[in-house]
Design a protein around this ligand. Structure first.
Ligand SMILES: [Zn+2]
Length: 188
């Protein structure tokens, strides 16, 4: 863990390069610096919020905001590894509470529908299947596999091999892969 060079305490996740120097900063110090530089007011945000998923299970999301010269990036990520993650982007002068509401709405929508279900063959073998002939997910790094990614679907990690197995029931179908930025809206 890198310590923030400004407050010396929190986890420094951001490297700010202002030639010729670069600084390791925590998100808070980075945002304060950017806000000052851009003459922007940082509104109060909750650290977390929780919502119920498609199974009525409570999911807790950590809220993070990052100011950049082009706007405000806001992200809600679950407090577990490989969980759900959602993000929105707003203009610099936007209402940050409205942006938060947008983020919460996007999160609510994103966790409200199950996409992959686990079923059991008569012989007892367990398999996964796609519920509505489409899946949306998030591509993540797989520590255990150098050549293939993990795909996060329904707030759970699937290995590339598992995704392949799910697709096997679609032999003979066409497939379309399209990539979206985290802040884009994908219709489910
Ligand atoms: Zn700091």
């Amino acid at each position: 863990m890198n310590l923030c060079e400004s407050c010396n305490s929190a986890d420094a996740k951001i490297v700010l390069s202002l030639e010729p120097i670069s600084m390791h900063l925590c998100t808070n110090c980075y945002n304060e610096l950017m806000a000052k530089d851009l003459d922007l007011k940082l509104g109060q945000l909750p650290e977390t919020f929780s919502l119920k998923d498609y199974q009525r299970i409570t999911r807790i999301f950590h809220v993070e905001r990052r100011i950049d010269p082009l706007g405000i990036y806001m992200e809600a990520s679950e407090l577990i590894e490989f969980g759900y993650k959602f993000a929105v982007h707003g203009e610099l002068g936007c209402d940050q509470q409205e942006l938060l509401t947008k983020l919460i709405d996007k999160t609510r929508k994103g966790i409200s529908k199950q996409q992959v279900k686990t079923e059991v063959f008569p012989n007892g073998q367990i398999y996964n299947s796609i519920i509505d002939d489409q899946i949306t997910g998030m591509i993540e790094y797989d520590e255990t596999s150098e050549d293939t990614p993990l795909v996060i679907i329904d707030g759970k990690p699937f290995t590339w091999e598992e995704v392949g197995k799910i697709l096997m029931s679609y032999e003979g179908f066409q497939i379309k892969f399209k990539m979206f930025d985290m802040t884009d809206d994908i219709e489910k």
